[in-house]
Design a binder for this molecule. Sequence first.
Ligand code: AMP
Length: 182
Amino acid sequence: MAGPQDVAAGDGLTELIQARIRDIPDYPQPGVVFKDITPLLADSTVFNAVVARLAGTYGPVDKVAGIEARGFILAAPAACCLGAGFVPIRKKGKLPGATFAQEYQLEYGTATVEVHADAFAPADRVLIIDDVLATGGTARASADLVHRAGAQVAGIVLLLELSFLHGRARLAGLPVTALVTV
Ligand code: AMP
């Protein structure tokens, strides 16, 4: 069993992450294989190593933006590691103040993410974090929100990339890193 030092140094982290992500077939709808990260979050060694790796990918940054909802769980501790502020990127209608809103295409229909209009200082460097990159629409819309709010995207970092959905194609021109790609 690797200790936290070994994992933080990169030894076998990919395998540990893969071993702690559980496939749930046909959730939330038939044909979708949901990547459940709760076993990873419950393993303190892997959770700590993942947060350290996410935080170390594109520093230094002024803010870490987490995408609702599982992105919050990863981004908030990463922000603490970096001494940066945390900004929530939320689904439509959840933020109480004035917002920028960005709509994006889903396979059927559209979705919208929002950020507070005053979330960033001008030219803030922002690290965007989420758990899974699938078709890339959510991450693209989040990056667009950061730009519209006057800040820079230092990078987008994902725990897991589903490469067969080609999400990176929607993120052209942006620095993107996934800890694990399947
Ligand atoms: P997309 O916009 O298609 O890249 O979808 C990414 C967002 O949807 C992320 O916030 C993920 O949490 C969630 N997501 C998409 N597909 C999955 C999946 N197979 N398992 C878990 N979460 C997913």
